[in-house]
Ligand binder design. Structure first.
Ligand code: BG6
Length: 485
């Protein structure tokens, strides 16, 4: 049996996002958000991430007309808006001291441009955070996690529009002022690099709304606006609340060359660089030259003042998600392709694959920890890591998810080995999932990540009853340091 040394103040937790769990999409003054327009579509889900989030204006109009929630998974989520006291009570019993979620922007400003914030929305999060603190659980809050008010897409130009950046700042300042005594850790934008892969859910960009514009330019302009907004809210937090910490947040998919052909290695470096570009900006404060020259070529508007804001207001810690790895090849002809977190790559014969085709690679997590720490020498935080799988509920209400236990155990083991041997600083680990929830990429319920099973299917049928999975009891045992890692 091997026990690893874990720092006393290490944060063990679970993670989720408002739009994937809360439901209550039209209650207590919440407005329609972009997530409420993502419908579960078996064909799109099968085709993968590129299609799943490709949305058109006419699909949005259809969504607006449909007032039901069945089939619109993110409208009903797992009803966390109403069940949170019971869910948190169950999660607290595992021994977690951290809970990551987001604040739904459209619950605080239903249209994004309303003159006043919605008091009922603020009250909900007050109650939620109080409930967490009752069990000594610290919230980590993301301000923008795939859920902006739809009005900012329809009547403005979403994140392409500088006015939307101002509305975001107003929302962000209001919630930071309101919750600064209850929330110490803030992440301005979830997986800020994801805008390049899914511009709709990350930034509200719908291609057909920009008929006369180069859509690539639109995406990069919106990206720049997000960087400026993240830096501005970091400045605001640092100037006003010195005890609070702000994190950058990127998607970390480990990328290997398919073999030792240097051209494949070059490709893997280029792909990794694309996501490191994003943390470089938020941690080092400068646009890397390769990205800056791209922005210049596209004629993206950037002012000296904005660059200064980005330079002077860097993040305190490096948060990231990690699920899987891919291989790259300069020529993929004839090679088997595999999926990963909203991307795809060449299949790696050394690794097993999840039910959704993501390859499982615990050692990849250790490499990412070393890479990120060596790059920045800033504290790291694993804010998402987990396995989306098909679970089945037995007649006696059990879920024997030994595959999830295996996944979590192996990733946590690599994390602990890294902590002990690699000279890194790591603030904490949040497994993705608490209860099951609606998948971000495919809007499926059947892609389950939680420690707690929720009786619900892809179309919204079910009792919403909760059942503790075997992984729940395993995590509980781990957190009391009773399990062999
Ligand atoms: C992360 C997102 O990229 O991956 C989460 O931040 C998401 O919102 C998670 O749920 C898993 O992806 P998916 O598509 O399987 O839900």
């Amino acid at each position: 049996m091997k026990y690893y040394h874990v720092p006393q103040d290490f944060r063990w937790g679970v993670a989720t996002a408002a739009n994937q769990v809360e439901g209550a999409w039209n209650e207590d003054g919440k407005g329609l958000s972009i997530a409420d327009c993502e419908r579960y579509d078996p064909k799109k889900a099968k085709a993968g991430y590129k299609v799943a989030n490709d949305i058109t204006s006419s699909e949005i109009q259809k969504a607006i007309k449909d007032k039901k929630s069945d089939g619109w998974g993110k409208r009903h989520g797992v009803d966390f808006y109403h069940t949170y006291p019971e869910d948190i009570k169950k999660l607290a019993a595992t021994g977690i001291n951290t809970f990551r979620t987001s604040i739904a922007w459209s619950r605080i400003f239903s249209n994004g441009d309303d003159p006043e914030p919605n008091e009922k929305g603020l009250k909900f999060y007050d109650n939620l955070f109080d409930e967490l603190h009752k069990y000594n659980i610290e919230p980590i809050i993301t301000l923008s996690h795939y859920e902006m008010p739809l009005n900012l897409v329809l009547n403005y130009d979403a994140w392409y529009d500088p006015k939307v950046r101002d509305y975001f700042m107003r929302f962000a300042k209001i919630v930071v002022d309101h919750f600064h005594k209850k929330v110490k850790y803030w992440i301005p934008i979830n997986e800020i690099d994801s805008i390049l892969r899914h511009p709709f859910s990350s930034a509200g960009l719908v291609k057909d709304r920009f008929p006369n514009k180069n859509f690539e330019k639109v995406i990069y302009q919106a990206m720049h606006n997000q960087f400026v907004a993240a830096a501005l809210i970091t400045k605001y937090i640092h100037e006003n609340y010195t005890d609070l910490l702000v994190g950058s947040m990127i998607t970390s998919t480990m990328v290997y060359p398919y073999n030792s052909d240097p051209r494949n290695s070059l490709k893997s470096v280029q792909v990794m660089r694309e996501s490191y570009n994003f943390s470089d900006i938020q941690i080092r404060g400068n646009y890397p030259l390769n990205l800056l020259s791209k922005l210049k070529k596209l004629n993206v508007k950037i002012t000296e003042k904005e660059l200064k804001v980005i330079r002077d207001n860097t993040a305190d810690f490096v948060a990231f998600s990690y699920y899987s790895s891919i291989c790259t090849a300069f020529d993929t002809t004839g090679l088997k392709i595999t999926k990963a977190n909203r991307t795809e790559g060449v299949y790696n014969k050394y690794l097993p694959t999840s039910d959704w085709g993501w390859q499982i690679d615990p050692v990849g997590l250790r490499i990412i920890l070393i890479n990120l720490y060596d790059r920045y020498q800033k504290p790291l935080f694993i804010v998402e890591n987990g396995l989306g799988a098909k679970d089945s509920l037995t007649k006696s209400g059990k879920v024997h998810d030994d595959y999830r236990i295996d996944y979590l155990r192996k990733h946590i083991r690599q994390m602990l080995i890294s902590l002990e041997n690699d000279g890194i600083e790591l603030m904490g680990y949040c497994m993705w999932g608490m209860t099951d929830m609606i998948s971000a990429s495919t809007t499926q319920m059947s892609k389950r990540y939680g420690l707690i099973y929720v009786d619900l299917d892809d179309l919204g049928n079910g009792s919403y009853r909760r059942y503790l999975k075997d992984s729940y009891f395993w995590y509980q045992k781990l957190l009391s340091f009773g399990d062999k890692i």
